[in-house]
Design a protein around this ligand. Structure first.
Ligand code: HSE
Length: 409
């Protein structure tokens, strides 16, 4: 019998408890051992909850209870979670979490701690919501040399972009709806500015390439500068604007992780992923490419991954040796994004075409409905980003938009 404690009763925590009791028999069959939730930690009171007798405000009660062998951390952030998770692992209790910030910032340390104490630190729910991606990456794809990963990793921004395009919804209204549906972070800036996607690509990069990739080392841009005009040009070009998190191995043996909005062409499956859905492409030398798709945020989709990790933790008798990576002390293995070769979409005002040709050579011009006479939009030839920057500066005009084109790996 494994007793479980759930730390946090917000969207994901309440979903975890709900799903556990809804499918308890099936989950116990999968775990191969009896399971029950003994505690739910939250500072709030839930007197009318059917689980009222399980609530506690006292973390010490949980960490000092030898019956509790599995802890689900779904509080989020680092403030309380980091200390709680460390304390549980030090007591040999396995921890499962949906907390991407915790894994992206402290993953190497917590994985080491789990290994030292013969338990597990599992985080399938931290990336891609309901999508199985962590376990496939280190188990099903273990035979591959992974060369790149690219995906839509944030449900909130994909939901906002979709609502803006398909329903002409204003940015603020789409964000408010995403918050109401429980998709957005407590501070939605983390979604909008790409920090959430950045944490997720750090987790995938660390797992795929074996060294901890810290978010501070990753070039990260969100969607706040993307306009409806940019989206219209993307459509006329034959694609869509998506917030893409990616990592790839570079020719010099480094890796290049990055988060940015991108023009994604229609023959790339990522361009068709809408609403809160996430999609992740993994490129490997044996599989060529595989794609993972599903709901990237939300109560029960995220709880699905948490509860599956609980069942896994219950049946694991030793620490997983494949779901781990080393810590890293500096960023010497991270490539400079300015050396990456890219084509870029540019929208300028009041710049004559001759000036654009003089700087960039032959470019592909785009058009849109309602395009003002003094506006030009084009796709540059592929070149190193630092060379592109120099040329763009040389045309000396008002730049209204610039978005990289996502290359197929
Ligand atoms: N805010 C996150 C998202 C939640 O929208 O993807 C799931 O990690």
């Amino acid at each position: 019998m494994s007793k479980i404690a759930v730390l946090g009763y917000g969207v994901v925590g309440s979903g975890t408890v709900e799903l556990f009791y809804k499918n308890k028999d099936k989950i116990i069959r999968s775990a191969g051992t009896d399971l029950d939730i003994k505690y739910i930690l939250d500072i709030r009171d839930f007197p009318d909850s059917p689980y009222a007798n399980k609530f506690t405000k006292d973390f010490d009660q949980i960490v000092n209870d030898p019956e509790v062998t599995i802890v689900a951390e779904v509080i989020g952030g680092l403030k309380f979670s980091y200390g709680y998770v460390k304390a549980c692992l030090e007591k040999g209790k396995s921890v499962v979490t949906s907390n991407k910030e915790l894994v992206a910032e402290k993953g190497a340390e917590l994985l080491k701690l789990a290994s030292e104490h013969g338990c597990n630190f599992l985080f399938e729910a931290s990336t891609g919501g309901a999508i199985p991606i962590i376990r496939p990456l280190h188990q099903c794809l273990a035979a591959n040399d992974i060369t790149a990963i690219a995906g839509i990793l944030n449900g909130t921004t994909n939901f906002i972009i979709t609502k803006m395009i398909n329903e002409n919804m204003a940015f603020g209204d789409a964000l408010a709806l995403a918050q109401k549906l429980g998709y957005a972070e407590q501070d939605p800036t983390a979604d909008i500015e790409g920090h959430d996607a950045c944490r997720k690509i750090c987790i995938l990069a660390s797992l795929a390439f074996g060294k901890h990739v810290y978010p501070k080392w990753v070039h990260c841009e969100g969607i706040s500068a993307v306009t409806l005009e940019d989206v219209m040009y993307a459509e006329s070009w034959g694609g869509a604007v998506k917030l893409i998190g990616s990592v790839k191995r570079t020719d010099d043996g480094k890796i290049l992780p990055m988060v940015r909005p991108a023009f994604v062409c229609d023959n790339n499956q990522l361009s068709h992923i809408s609403d809160v859905f996430n999609g992740i492409m993994v490129y490997g030398d044996a599989v060529d490419e595989v794609m993972f798709y599903g709901r990237g945020a939300g109560k029960l989709p995220t709880a699905s991954a948490i509860v599956a990790d609980i069942a896994d933790a219950a049946k694991m008798t030793v620490t997983s040796i494949s779901q781990t990576w080393e810590d890293s002390s500096d960023d010497s293995f991270i490539a400079d994004y300015r050396d990456d070769v890219v084509s870029v979409y540019v929208r300028v005002k009041g710049v004559p075409a001759e000036k654009i040709s003089a700087a960039f050579g032959t470019v592909e011009y785009l058009s849109r409905e309602g395009q003002p006479a003094d506006e030009l939009a084009f796709i540059s030839p592929a070149m190193k980003e630092r060379d592109f920057d120099a040329k763009l500066e040389a045309i000396d005009g008002e730049v209204l938009g610039r978005i990289r084109v996502l290359e197929l790996e």
